[in-house]
Design a protein around this ligand. Structure first.
Ligand SMILES: O=C(O)CCC(=O)C(=O)O
Length: 267
């Protein structure tokens, strides 16, 4: 049976805390237009900040290849001119906060702060996603149960989401929310256009498709107490790559709050 596809709620940001926060995904149209990134991030401005910085791009077969960010920006402007047997290449997780990639990238951080009025203190990482047409992300839940926001800076991208309690047992794997006919629950669908902001509570399943070239910024956040638990979980993870990658990242995120130890208070 064809799955039920429901447009995601579009709301005014004044409804955020009472109606959506920690409960339901929602989109705020135009909210990101007030972020400095929205008006400042021209190709020339980004190229200056990206100069000399390389990062891992994702190839269609999920392998990763190091690429200069200025080259990726050029590719994003003319993806057809770069068409090759490799297929579309995706550049994700370009860190603005915490500092990982150097001062030039750090300089973009004030342009891209969370546009949502969140109550409390948050341990957060903020990253840029630059997507060429026909790239995207397979269905997943975010690692360490973080919540997230995504601000669309230019171009459009499409998200499909399913509630955390969706029972996937018996579905053909991997599940594709854009193609599958047997998704056991409603699929929430939204196209983010320039200026839109999406909020996603923790553990919501999501899959993303970039139908056109676009740039977005995302923040993944937890309470400080949750971040400490994530650090401990990352240190104990059976996967050596998770153990290598994530503990230093959580340390850096927690250090931004000056609260790396258990005695310094919970948020
Ligand atoms: O935009 C994407 O490709 C992935 C976004 C995502 O999974 C996230 O922000 O959690």
């Amino acid at each position: 049976m064809a799955p039920t596809i429901i447009p995601l709620d579009t709301a005014n940001v004044s409804a955020f805390v009472d109606t959506y926060f920690l409960r339901r995904p929602v989109v705020f149209r135009g909210l990101a237009a007030a972020m400095p990134a929205y008006s400042k991030w021209t190709d020339a401005y980004l190229a200056a900040a990206f100069d000399g910085v390389s990062h891992l791009a994702t190839l269609p077969d999920e392998r990763r290849a190091r690429m200069r960010l200025v080259d990726y920006l050029e590719y994003l402007g003319h993806p057809q001119a770069f068409a090759s047997s490799v297929g579309p290449v995706y550049m994700t997780d370009v860190y603005l906060r915490p500092s990982v990639l150097g001062e030039r990238l750090d300089a973009l951080e004030p342009d891209a702060r969370c546009p949502l009025p969140r109550p409390g203190v948050w341990a957060e990482r903020v990253t840029i996603y630059m997507g060429a047409p026909r790239t995207g992300a397979a269905l997943h839940q975010d690692i360490f149960d973080t919540q997230s926001w995504m601000a669309q800076i230019r171009g459009r991208k499409r998200w499909r989401l399913c509630a955390p309690e969706t029972a996937w047992t018996g579905c053909a794997r991997p599940v594709d929310l854009f193609e599958s006919q047997d998704v056991p629950g409603p699929i929430y669908d939204v196209v983010l256009g320039p200026g839109d902001v999406l909020y996603v509570p923790s553990r919501w399943w999501h899959q993303i498709r970039n139908d056109e070239a676009n740039i977005a910024v995302a923040g993944h956040f937890s309470t400080v107490a949750e971040a400490r638990a994530a650090l401990a979980a990352a240190e104990a993870d059976p996967d050596p790559q998770t153990r290598a990658e994530w503990p230093p990242m959580w340390q850096k995120i927690l250090a931004l709050h000056g609260r790396t130890d258990a005695t310094s208070g919970a948020a």
